[in-house]
Ligand binder design. Structure first.
Ligand code: NAP
Length: 246
């Protein structure tokens, strides 16, 4: 098994894309640490994993709060003694569809708090451990919307995802001598609760499992191989408004 005995933190790992990643990492032999705000979802995911014989630790918490993140990492270290993989997956988009002019301050702050500050807090909490181990993988969930903007919608969310790429590249340079690999995944439209009103045929979108496969690929590379960004898009997007080739 490709992640046998490894310890992976998946933020937002109990739902949607995060759950797709969690399941594939668990199947590959990883012990799993989850954090999310919804206690029901977190406990259900933990039960599911444990029923399958997976060592799992689920923490109810908010990645934008440093105390919650510190508690989660301390509990993970206490239970498993190491942290090999961090998937910064938790994300929100409360102002779906809004242009810059229509963006409310509260939505802007909520998006930046989770999508960027949460990423910073989780990364800062695990980095000393990974540096000491002299190994680690950090995978940041971005979006195709963090690379190409073709209309005036989702402006705060897309701004945060451009920020995820900047953060990923900065971090990669910070840890270049520490044997820690840093990557971003840029998914196209994926079936999850984040897309309740998206138009089009959802059966042609990506599944959380597709993004899980991408994360598993990144987490199983040797650290001398650098993959800064991985775009994962549904075939149906070619030629459309979110075409990754355009
Ligand atoms: N779906 C897409 O089309 C798509 C495309 C590109 C990129 N993405 C990115 O993929 C990631 C996962 O999104 P998804 O599509 O799976 O959406 P989702 O189903 O809404 O899942 C979001 C996850 O993040 C967690 N989360 C949100 N705020 C949190 C916080 N403050 N602290 C801890 N956990 C938090 C949620 O758990 P709780 O609600 O329990 O906290 C949930 O597990 C996000 O970064 C998103 O931007 C999604």
């Amino acid at each position: 098994m490709r992640l046998q005995g490894r310890v992976a933190i998946v933020t937002g790992g109990a739902k949607g894309i995060g759950w797709g990643i969690t399941q594939l990492f668990a199947k590959a032999g990883s012990h799993i640490v989850l954090i999310g705000r919804s206690e029901d979802a977190i406990r259900q995911a933990e039960r599911h994993l444990r029923d399958d014989g997976i060592k799992a630790l689920a923490c109810v918490g908010d990645v934008s709060k440093s105390s919650d993140v510190r508690q989660m990492v301390a509990a993970a270290l206490q239970q498993f003694g190491q942290i090999d993989i961090l998937v910064n997956n938790a994300g929100v988009n409360p102002n779906r569809g809004r242009s810059v002019l229509d963006t409310e301050e509260a939505d802007w702050d909520a998006i930046m708090a989770v999508n960027l500050r949460g990423m910073l807090l989780c990364t800062k909490a695990v980095l000393p451990i990974m540096k000491k181990q002299r190994r680690g993988h950090i995978i940041n969930m971005c979006s195709i919307g963090g690379k190409v903007i073709r209309d005036g919608k989702n402006s705060a969310y897309r701004t945060s995802k451009f920020g995820v790429r900047g953060f990923t590249w900065s971090l990669a340079k910070d840890v270049r001598d520490d044997n820690i690999s840093v990557s971003a995944i840029l998914p196209g439209t994926t079936q999850s609760a984040m897309n309740p009103n998206e138009t089009g045929d959802s059966s042609s979108w990506l599944s959380p499992n597709d993004i899980g496969e991408a994360a598993l690929f990144l987490a199983t590379r040797e650290p001398n191989v650098i993959i800064p960004e991985m775009i994962v898009a549904p075939r149906s997007s070619i030629g459309g408004p979110t075409c990754p080739y355009c």
